[in-house]
Design a protein around this ligand. Structure first.
Ligand code: ADP
Length: 458
């Protein structure tokens, strides 16, 4: 396995090497083409110069002789081309032997069609009349001098050197860049290792200017928070369950032992008390079962059109007696409107029951509960507000967690900490949102946003 740093720098170096080498090849091809074109142009100018030289000689002498322009032979020999002078009827006046220049070392020749002798016949015109021909032959399409070749070579060397320098620079840069990228990923991976060891306090402090890595750092830190919180909940759950189980068991054990030993008499009242403990014990197990059922998402929904105002009124009626016992007033405020939604009647009833039961349970005697339904665009908003004990600020984000119970309620009121978790699960299944606002000592407000029933969405 390779490290991310090595992987990133290898990719960078390979890509840059490919890029630099390819551009070097293209530059070389472009340079060669331009250079050869330039040399061919020079050759053309040479041919024009030779022809006009012969034209001048003919104008001067009015005829061709063995010596006409023969001094050109020396230049031709030195420049590795073969020159032949023909008269108007293409009879040779003088000419060079191509073999003389074949192996000459005066000029170094390099061409694509190297070694194949080719010649061109150019007419010599005086007063628009052809008076002779100059035959220029050479073994190569382009003749390069040593200086030309040196020039070409030094450019090629320059290209090779720049390729080398570019690769060295890129190698150094890629090591630095890959360090930057790998550093933050390494830190994130270190954080996850810490999490796997159970150290949920650990956080990645690194910052990256790569969006995805930054997101990764943020999410891993958030994950740490969640894991820490889940761990806390798990511990709380274990201690809660053991506490809930131990208390009734102790009561049962002590009382039964005392009864067996004859220390206390077996009376109907005592047996009833013991039975209450057994019921409490059973309730806890039932709640855990219920939670398990919801968590496993075994809940199949029975979706149908229902009217939230009707449902809310029914639940309020059911709670009237319980509330009255503690002099708690339920104020129901439902203006006329369309409160239809698509939902599972029993599950949504459970939502209202749980919310209302909490408002009663965590209220003070002679307290108030305000319940309202209102329309807002395509939403139906349900609000339930009480002036009870409220929720501690630090507990508010966790009230929808499984088995979460505020410290106060834990001691004062009987609860199991799954009511709101169930509410949240049911509302999630209905794509409804729930929010809570609460102030310790003043009361709480739960707000639920349902989508209105639309024909065709059943
Ligand atoms: P339970 O009521 O069985 O404890 P819930 O899941 O219904 O479990 O509620 C979780 C916790 O949220 C409660 O223990 C309590 O601390 C807090 N809570 C819920 N509703 C209210 C409310 N209306 N007023 C004050 N605290 C509340």
């Amino acid at each position: 396995m390779r490290s991310i740093r090595r992987e990133v720098s290898t990719i960078l170096i390979i890509c840059t090497m490919a890029g630099v080498i390819l551009s070097a090849i293209f530059v070389n091809i472009a340079m060669k083409t331009t250079f050869d074109k330039y040399m061919i142009d020079i050759q053309k100018q040479r041919d024009i110069r030779i022809v006009s030289y012969f034209e001048e000689i003919y104008k001067r002498d009015k005829r061709w002789t063995q010596n006409s322009g023969s001094e050109m032979m020396h230049e031709a020999y030195m420049s590795d081309y073969c020159l032949t002078l023909l008269d108007g009827s293409k009879k040779v006046i003088w000419g060079m032997n191509p073999n003389d220049i074949k192996n000459s070392n005066h000029w170094i020749m390099k061409t694509e069609n190297s070694g194949v002798y080719s010649s061109k016949t150019l007419p010599i015109k005086v007063n628009k009349r052809i008076v002779g021909y100059a035959v220029i032959g050479q073994y190569h399409a382009v003749i390069l001098s040593e200086a030309d070749i040196n020039f070409k070579n030094s450019i090629n060397q320059g290209i090779i050197l720049s390729v080398f320098i570019a690769i060295v620079i890129v190698a150094i840069l890629s090591l630095l860049v890959s360090k930057g990228v790998s550093f933050s990923i390494k830190k994130v991976s270190e954080t996850s290792v810490q999490f796997s060891k159970g150290n949920y306090e650990f956080r990645s402090e690194v910052k990256s200017n790569i969006v995805e890595i930054n997101d990764l750092i943020k999410s891993i830190n958030m994950l740490g928070g969640t894991l820490k919180h889940q761990n806390l909940l798990r511990r709380r759950l274990v201690s809660d369950i053991s506490h809930e189980i131990r208390t009734p068991l102790n009561v049962l054990q002590n009382n039964l032992e005392a009864m067996i030993d004859g220390v206390i008499p077996v009376t109907g009242e005592r047996l009833n008390k013991l039975n209450e403990e057994v019921i409490r014990f059973g309730k806890l197990l039932n709640n855990l079962d219920l939670l398990k059922k919801f968590e496993a998402e075994q809940t199949s929904l029975n979706m149908d059109k229902l009217f939230l105002d009707d449902l809310v009124k029914i639940v309020c009626n059911e709670f009237n007696n319980i509330a009255k016992k503690r002099n708690i007033k339920i104020h129901l405020d439902v203006a006329k409107g369309d409160y239809s939604t698509l939902g599972d009647y029993n599950k949504l009833k459970q939502v209202f029951v749980n919310l209302l039961s909490n408002s009663v349970k965590f209220n003070k005697d002679k307290g108030d509960i305000w319940i309202s339904l209102e329309e807002n665009g395509d939403k139906v908003i349900f609000k339930i507000k009480d002036n009870g004990i409220g929720i501690k600020e630090e507990d508010v984000p966790y009230v929808f967690e499984r088995l979460y119970r505020g410290d106060k309620s834990r001691h004062k009121a009987l609860g199991n900490g799954i009511g709101l978790a169930i509410v949240k699960t049911i509302l999630d299944l209905h794509s409804a949102d729930i929010n809570v606002e609460s102030k310790e000592g003043y009361g709480s407000e739960f707000i639920v946003y349902f989508s209105k029933f639309k024909a065709g969405n059943s």
